[in-house]
Design a protein around this ligand. Sequence first.
Ligand SMILES: [Zn+2]
Length: 284
Amino acid sequence: MNVRQSFFLSGILATALRLAAAESFAIEKARQEVERLKELAAIGAVSRARLEQAREKLADARDEETLHRLVYGNIGVESLSEQQAREIIDAASRRVERTARLYQVQAALVDQGVLPRAQLQDLEQQLADRRLGLQLAENRARTFTELLNMVRVEEQFLASPEADIEPPPLVEKFGGSGVFKPEHLRFVEAAFEKQFGHPLPVSARGQSALHTSLGFDHAGRVDVGVNPDDPEGQWLRQQLQSLRVPYIALRAMIPGQSTAPHIHIGPPSLRLRSADQQLSGGLN
Ligand SMILES: [Zn+2]
């Protein structure tokens, strides 16, 4: 699934699942129930198991809220952080596991003739829904990883105060006039749409949470998810050259990672000074 399809899918889901506002209410209710049962369990008025059940329900409500916020919500995939991308998969997995456990218990009771078989239908449906939710979370995390890889490839081309370093052959750097203005982007976006009948596939517009978390100043820069050698990429490079707008065409593949070819428009990214420490950790 590419970035555009993923946005499209999220849009549909946002409409279908406009329950987010009720979510925090569900958490609050579940939390109050845990508090109530905790007191009762302390004096032996209810069983530990009952309290445990209430805790599970609270955890489930929290996971649901996480998914509504980060998978079905209006948040763009480029605004996710690496941690959030992991969170959504964890939350969706836990929701599948909880229902699967419950299903096992109930199925055993049905087999023993304690419960009617019809009792399982709701749980079956819930399990199917939650598995779909996990699939969507994984798609979203995968799209995020593709964006992350684009940013990581760019890391090698941070503007450096030293003399120009010769870029590796897989990368083509065009300096142009050194200036990239919003008007340039507007012009290119309009021309692209006219040429190809769909919008320019921008994967990162200016500074994003992702760039910030990785310590990049990406303000005033734009990433376009086209392969530099595909017709769209070739056309885009030609346009930028005629406008003398600087760009970096990245055909590079990071060893061990999925490829992330794209065109970065604007001057190379600068490193955010405040994030230096963060950077020395997670990258490479
Ligand atoms: Zn970029």
